[in-house]
Design a protein around this ligand. Structure first.
Ligand code: 5GP
Length: 178
């Protein structure tokens, strides 16, 4: 089956406004004298992360690191068993950490990933997602900062892909059958 781009669900302006609000919220929640490690999950979250950290104040001690993971599954459903392709460059022990993900769906990937990171003894660990498909949740994941709650429909753009395509779109759009 062939797919094409559908309607815009979130425009670039709406995304930018919400990203700024989340950055302000995070800036309020953290001490200035402790490093705050922002962990981006490649590849999708890189787009959101780079906009998010650039909205953070200069006096916040922001560090950026990335991880690349894949969850095993049957192609459409993730199993939640996470395989690390690329690990963090620096230790998170004793540091405040926020994991940044593009979208939480079943929650299995983030649940597994946060357990793994907790094992590395960060001072604190929070989760920030741009999109939350809350209807699809299969396991409880505490989302501390959320951009938008969206319905159970496949979306692309602003980092999110369909078969490696459409990550570069500035707006987030639905994908529809041709
Ligand atoms: P889960 O929470 O089910 O373990 O998996 C989340 C992952 O599923 C996301 O990182 C993303 O790769 C993928 N995903 C879920 N819903 C969508 C969607 O609507 N669009 C795109 N592009 N990816 C999605």
């Amino acid at each position: 089956m062939a797919y094409k781009l559908g309607d815009v669900i979130l425009s670039r302006e709406t995304i930018a406004r919400r990203v700024k609000e989340i950055a302000d919220e995070i800036a309020k929640d953290y001490d200035r004298d402790k490093p705050l490690v922002i962990v981006g999950i490649l590849t999708g979250a890189a787009f959101f992360l780079t906009d998010l950290v650039r909205e953070m104040p200069e006096d916040l001690d922001v560090r950026v690191d990335f991880m690349s993971v894949a969850s095993y599954g049957d192609g459409t459903e993730s199993s939640g068993v996470v395989r690390i392709f690329h690990d963090l460059k620096s230790s998170i022990e004793g540091k405040n950490v926020i994991v940044v993900e593009d979208i939480v769906d079943s929650g299995l990937t983030l649940a597994h990933l946060t357990e793994l990171l907790k094992g590395r003894n960060p001072a604190s660990l929070k989760v920030c997602v741009l999109l939350d498909k809350y209807e699809r949740r299969k396991t409880e994941v505490k989302v501390d900062y959320c951009g938008f709650r969206i319905p159970d429909k496949f979306v692309v753009g602003y980092g999110l892909d369909y078969a490696s395509k459409w990550r570069h779109l500035k707006d987030i759009k639905y994908v529809v059958e041709e």
